[in-house]
Design a protein around this ligand. Structure first.
Ligand code: ADP
Ligand code: MG
Length: 122
């Protein structure tokens, strides 16, 4: 579970697109701004890209089937996780984007053993 934090235009979707392409996915990667979720298969990996910016309603969550995506196998990348706090599983990793006057600052934090294992492999 990877939380992506930062303002609109900070680069969250761009990072997901680059990650998918680096994993060999050759299709189009569009922002799930309206669909809230896009699903991708890259090699053996199942990736789920959420953008919860427009998500408002906890009841909608139960009807959406999103919970089924958190099965311990899917790699979930979640933009605007704070929109569904209390509904999402906790993060293994958070990536925080900040736009600076000259470029961007990206901060990575690991919260679990799985997360630490990923970050120490970078
Ligand atoms: N690391 C980066 N360096 C330069 N431009 C970037 C970078 N990341 C994103 N952008 C540009 O910023 C714009 C918005 O990025 P996007 O990934 O859609 O932001 P977010 O998903 O955080 O709202 C895009 O035009 C993209 O090309
Ligand atoms: Mg985005």
């Amino acid at each position: 579970m990877i939380y992506l934090r930062g303002n609109l235009g900070a680069g969250k979707t761009t990072l997901v697109r680059a990650l998918l392409h680096a994993l060999g996915y050759t299709g189009r990667v569009k922002s799930p701004t309206y669909t809230l979720l896009e699903r991708y298969e890259a090699g053996r990996l199942h990736l789920r890209h959420f953008d919860l910016y427009r998500f408002r309603d906890a009841e909608e969550w139960e009807g959406s089937g999103f919970r089924d995506e958190f099965d311990g196998h899917n790699i979930c990348l979640v933009e605007w996780p704070e929109q569904a706090s209390g509904l999402l599983p906790p993060a293994d990793i958070s990536i925080t984007f900040e736009i600076l006057q000259d470029g961007r600052e990206i901060m990575l934090h690991a919260y679990t053993d799985a997360g630490r294992k990923c970050l120490s492999a970078l």
